[in-house]
Design a protein around this ligand. Structure first.
Ligand SMILES: Nc1nc2c(c(=O)[nH]1)N[C@H]1C(S)=C(S)[C@@H](COP(=O)(O)OP(=O)(O)OC[C@H]3O[C@@H](n4cnc5c(=O)[nH]c(N)nc54)[C@H](O)[C@@H]3O)O[C@H]1N2
Ligand SMILES: Nc1nc2c(c(=O)[nH]1)N[C@H]1C(S)=C(S)[C@@H](COP(=O)(O)OP(=O)(O)OC[C@H]3O[C@@H](n4cnc5c(=O)[nH]c(N)nc54)[C@H](O)[C@@H]3O)O[C@H]1N2
Ligand code: SF4
Ligand SMILES: [Mo]
Length: 728
């Protein structure tokens, strides 16, 4: 294949960002292969291997579309459509004020795009109404780590460090399906019998703890906080704590003691259902692995299973407190971490698309931060809006009196992925103007007044920041279809038409340099990085094919770009005012939906290996549809019998907010009082029709994981395509 061209890049989907080499054949077909990289070790999952299908999706958006008077989306030229959008936005701003225009971003956008999107909102539109889908994803872990450790970087250590640990406690993460190549890093701990997985289901990840590899804790949904308080109780009662570390590096032990005192294991068992002896065994297993007791190291890791809850921030605080009592955080070979989800879930939350944030993970209410960023943007700090409102409240305000009347969506499919999704679709329909940028006609794009086709991963340059805070290069392997533009170009054109001050480059390397300047001196400092430096580091072949440039990576005072990056954080001190980590005392409240006579069963939600998020991308990949085509619900055999359904039957799940319908998968791995559904489908099988919009009071993360339902056999069976939500 002499004509073949190879480009090194990373997978379009999750935060593991497996390293890919894309080869373009003479016929233009793109072939992916894994390549050496510290986190993915040359591996990819089914989604990575099939990712080129996204490039040739039959209904790929290839020209701008505008909804005509007849209600139909019809092609229009880029010039006309950008003029139209700029006119409508200017009109709304004049008539109803800047906050009448809202912006919704995504954790899959490159750093460059996340940065310009936040700038577009604050500078070109002057609106405070900007937030993004990371609110549904990482916000509770972020709030808790900021509160306890003074800084939020999902894994404050390289993922490969897990390999040497004696114990890993994984709470509410189904890594084996959500980052499959990461499982390789658990081989050592499984061999040593130290993998503990907390999940109400015997998930693929829980199964990794079988056969002597560790322990599966199967708590009642929404009670992990009690599990953690009980583990901390045992650590304190049995004097397993690292006294020296706790004295020297933390504050708040007395208040924490009071908070965990009531949770002796026998009492905890009554609430969470995990046997008291298992809780004790688990606490001792973790302590034995901790460095102060001579162990090789221990990690506590959380996933969405414990975070997407109205007490998600407190649950993560308890996980961090347990880690601090055992002296794990800021020690090489041990630690606490949250496993970031979206491709750029980490970078996406650093550069300013969050409602209260400016680039560099700065606060929009901090006068010094406003002054610094305003100077980079070439505007007066007083012109920058203040904090806006978080995602659930923002989406709920759309089209209401006094609320936003226009919304720009970039990198999210809220019509499917947000709790109470039919309510969200109503809000979107109530807008004067909905503009959606996407690659494909997602369920949200199909509701829009204007749809703008944009480039995707293999067609664009940029950077992504992976789950371990490592900054990576995304590279273009092929040219986009002729009618498709990059979002940076779209925003530069809109900013120009809106008469925005400052410069609006559409060149990703230039945008990165501006981002780096804006981040200088911030928490997430990228000022020592550039595309050229990242490329050179990767080309030098150091570190198993990857760059080791984890943020913070500040520019050195003389301007030489030689800061080595920071793979491991907190080794000397915590970035809190007193340099200590805070032990935060928390209380258990439980899920907001209660079991009752009309809703006697818990429904927990999550993911399957074959599909990604709202499914907008993966429901267009034939191999993945074949692997998992229909919305399904996992039901324990006892519950199936009580309900009168068998494997393969259709069942209605009636919740407090509506009904969904799915195909039964009888599975003895789940609890008899709990069923599971994934949220990858639209239509009658779209689980977010019935999930809870109640939010965590600290992070504003909705309680996506746990609600209550009743099950009844569905006699009026819809056909499969309807059940999954017709894509076209
Ligand atoms: N295949 C695939 N991979 C993905 C994604 C995808 O959509 N598909 N998305 C990416 C993104 S954005 C994210 S955020 C991550 C998410 O990654 P994970 O957090 O691993 O994924 P989930 O399946 O949402 O939830 C994990 C587990 O939480 C369990 N769970 C539910 N309720 C509870 C509870 O109350 N307590 C406990 N302990 N567990 C509970 C579920 O049974 C599930 O097995 O995955 C990333 N990777
Ligand atoms: N019940 C339940 N609901 C959940 C969850 C759960 O566990 N349970 N998990 C939540 C979590 S963690 C997350 S992260 C959210 C995710 O849910 P969404 O925010 O809906 O995420 P995606 O489905 O990835 O949507 C991304 C959209 O952007 C498009 N896209 C991809 N790249 C780009 C780009 O560069 N630019 C533009 N403009 N578009 C692009 C894709 O085609 C797709 O249509 O769902 C949340 N919802
Ligand atoms: S694990 Fe995530 S990054 Fe790796 S191939 Fe699968 S989807 Fe892509
Ligand atoms: Mo996520």
């Amino acid at each position: 294949m002499t004509d073949a061209r190879a480009t090194d890049t990373h997978c379009p989907y999750c935060a593991l960002q497996c390293a890919q080499r894309l080869t373009v054949g003479a016929d233009g077909a793109v072939e992916p292969a894994g390549r050496a990289f510290p986190t993915s070790k040359g591996g990819m999952c089914q989604k990575g291997w099939t990712s080129p299908a996204l490039l040739r999706a039959p209904d790929r958006l290839v020209e701008p579309l505008v909804r005509g008077a007849d209600g139909v989306l019809a092609p229009a030229s880029w010039d006309d459509v950008l003029d139209l959008v700029a006119d409508r936005l200017s009109g709304l701003r004049r008539e109803h004020g800047a906050d009448s225009v809202a912006v919704f971003g995504g954790g899959g956008l490159t750093n460059e795009k996340a940065y310009v999107l936040g700038k577009l909102a604050r500078v070109a539109l002057g609106t405070a109404m900007v937030d993004y889908n990371g609110r549904f994803c990482m916000s509770s872990a972020a709030a808790a780590t900021n509160r306890s450790l003074g800084l939020d970087r999902g894994l404050p250590f390289p993922l490969a460090d897990l390999a040497g640990a004696d114990a890993v406690l994984l709470l509410g993460s189904n890594l084996a399906e959500t980052s499959p190549p990461a499982v390789a890093h658990l081989t050592g701990v499984r061999r040593r019998g130290g993998l503990v997985v907390a999940d109400p289901r015997h998930s693929a990840t829980a199964a990794l703890a079988d056969d002597g590899a560790g322990i599966h804790l199967q708590p009642l949904p929404g009670t992990d906080l009690v599990v953690l308080l009980a583990l901390a109780h045992v650590v304190l009662a049995d004097r397993l704590l690292d006294e020296r570390y706790v004295t020297e590096r933390t504050s708040g032990l007395d208040a924490l003691r009071s908070a965990v005192a009531p949770w002796w294991p026998e009492r905890a068992e009554q609430v969470c259902g995990v046997p008291a002896r298992t809780l004790r065994r688990c606490a001792h297993l973790l302590a034995a692995a901790a460095p102060h007791r001579g162990g090789a190291g221990a990690y506590v890791l959380t996933g969405r299973g414990v975070e997407q809850s109205r007490q998600g921030t407190d649950t993560v605080s308890a996980a961090i407190a347990l880690s601090l009592l055992l002296g794990l955080v800021g020690r090489v070979g041990s630690g606490y971490g949250a496993i970031t989800g979206q491709g750029n879930g980490q970078g996406g939350r650093e550069h300013g698309q969050k409602c209260d944030q400016l680039p560099g993970y700065r606060s929009i209410t901090d006068p010094a931060a406003r002054a610094h960023v305003a100077q980079v943007w070439g505007v007066d700090p007083d012109e920058l809006p203040g904090p806006g409102i978080p995602a659930v409240a923002l989406l709920d305000a759309l089209g209401r009196p006094g609320g936003p009347r226009a919304l720009l969506v970039h990198g999210s499919n809220p019509a499917v992925s947000v709790p109470g999704s039919s309510g969200v679709r109503e809000r979107l329909a109530a807008l004067d103007l909905l503009v959606v940028c996407d690659l494909v006609p997602s369920e949200t794009a199909l509701l829009a007044d204007v749809v703008l086709p944009v480039t995707q991963w293999a067609e664009e340059e940029g950077t992504m920041t992976s789950l371990e805070g490592r900054v990576l290069r995304r590279r273009a392997a092929i040219a986009p279809p002729p009618g498709v533009r990059s979002e940076l170009w779209v925003w530069a054109e809109l900013a120009r038409r809106l008469g925005a001050p400052g410069t609006w480059s559409s060149d990703p390397a230039e945008v990165f340099d501006e981002l780096a300047r804006a981040s200088a001196g911030g928490v997430a400092d990228y000022s020592g990085l550039s595309h050229a430096r990242l490329d050179a580091a990767e080309a030098s072949g150091a570190d198993d094919g990857g760059t080791a440039l984890h943020w913070p990576c500040p520019a050195t005072p003389d301007g030489t770009p030689d800061h080595p990056g920071t793979p491991r954080l907190f080794l000397d001190r915590f970035p809190t005012p007193d340099g200590r980590a805070r032990l935060v005392p928390v209380r258990h409240r439980g899920p907001s939906d209660d079991l009752g006579p009309t809703t006697p069963v818990y429904l927990v939600t999550g993911r399957v290996l074959a599909h990604y998020q709202s499914g907008a991308q993966t429901r267009r990949v034939p191999e993945l549809v074949e692997a998992a085509g229909d919305p399904f619900v996992e039901v324990h055999p006892l519950l199936a019998e009580r309900t009168g359904v068998a494997d393969g039957d259709l069942v209605h799940l009636d919740g407090l907010r509506g009904r969904v319908t799915a195909r039964v998968r009888v599975d003895a791995g789940t609890r008899p009082d709990t069923v599971f559904m994934a949220f990858h489908w639209a239509g009658p099988g779209g689980v977010n029709e019935i999930t809870s919009p109640v939010v965590d009071p600290v992070s504003s993360m909705p309680e996506l994981k746990v609600c209550t339902v009743s099950l009844t056999p569905a006699a009026d069976a819809p056909v499969s395509a309807d059940l999954a939500g017709a894509v076209r």
